[in-house]
Design a protein around this ligand. Structure first.
Ligand SMILES: Cc1cn([C@H]2C[C@H](O)[C@@H](COP(=O)(O)OP(=O)(O)O[C@H]3O[C@@H](C)C(=O)[C@@H](O)[C@H]3O)O2)c(=O)[nH]c1=O
Length: 189
């Protein structure tokens, strides 16, 4: 498993080995022991899978508040997407900053997003599937969102001026400045 850091400490790109043969490949998409050995010990309890029919579909920016905060391990099952994490931990040196990584079936990359970050993505091909593990169960009462296009965050979604496909919930989400984050950075005074 290859591990790459991103500009946001704690957000990590993981690329599991693929063992190819004449049939195709085999890959351990998550191995708890290997992750723990690498200092990435997360206890996942739910797997999610969604399909976005059209390229340019944006889902996000989402979080679950404590006591049901979620770390996520995200990969692309089919197609191609830009996966994004935003630090929303009050007092964090990187509060409000984002990082994005292209995940595709071909590149096999995965993004590990800890608690305290927003998560969102844009699909770059039709019929793109995302698959992700979560460290807590779905808790609708703790579910929240921040506006995907908030200029204070300034994510470059690569849409080139085209309007994205969005859910009503995501289109109406508040901006970061109008939002009281439920997360605090561990190093905060
Ligand atoms: C997130 C979630 C939704 N649902 C239901 C609620 C609703 O009826 C339907 C669609 O939900 P949503 O519109 O919230 O789906 P979606 O916009 O795909 O939400 C997801 O976006 C990405 C970016 C994330 O990081 C996820 O945690 C989740 O928030 O699925 C579950 O049953 N379990 C779940 O864990």
């Amino acid at each position: 498993m290859q591990i790459e850091l991103t500009p946001l400490p704690g957000v990590v790109i993981l690329t599991p080995a693929r063992h190819g043969d004449e049939r195709g490949f085999f890959s351990e998409s998550w191995n708890r022991r290997r992750m723990a050995e690498a200092g990435l010990d997360v206890d996942f309890v739910q797997d999610n899978h969604s399909l976005s029919a059209r390229a340019g579909t944006v889902r996000g920016l989402h979080f679950q508040a404590p006591p049901h905060a979620q770390a996520k391990l995200v990969r692309c099952g089919r197609g191609r997407l830009l996966d994004v994490a935003v630090d929303i931990r009050r007092g964090s040196p990187t509060y409000g900053q984002w990082t994005g990584v292209e995940l595709s079936f071909e590149n096999g990359r995965q993004l590990l997003i800890p608690e305290g970050f927003l998560h969102g993505f844009v699909t770059r091909e039709p019929d793109t599937e995302i698959v992700y593990k979560c460290s807590d169960h779905y808790a609708p009462d703790c579910d929240g969102a921040v506006l995907w296009s908030d200029p204070d965050i300034g994510i470059d979604w690569g849409l080139g001026g085209t309007e994205p496909v969005l859910s009503d919930k995501d289109a109406r989400a508040p901006r970061l400045a109008d939002f009281d984050t439920p997360f605090t950075w561990e190093g905060a005074a």
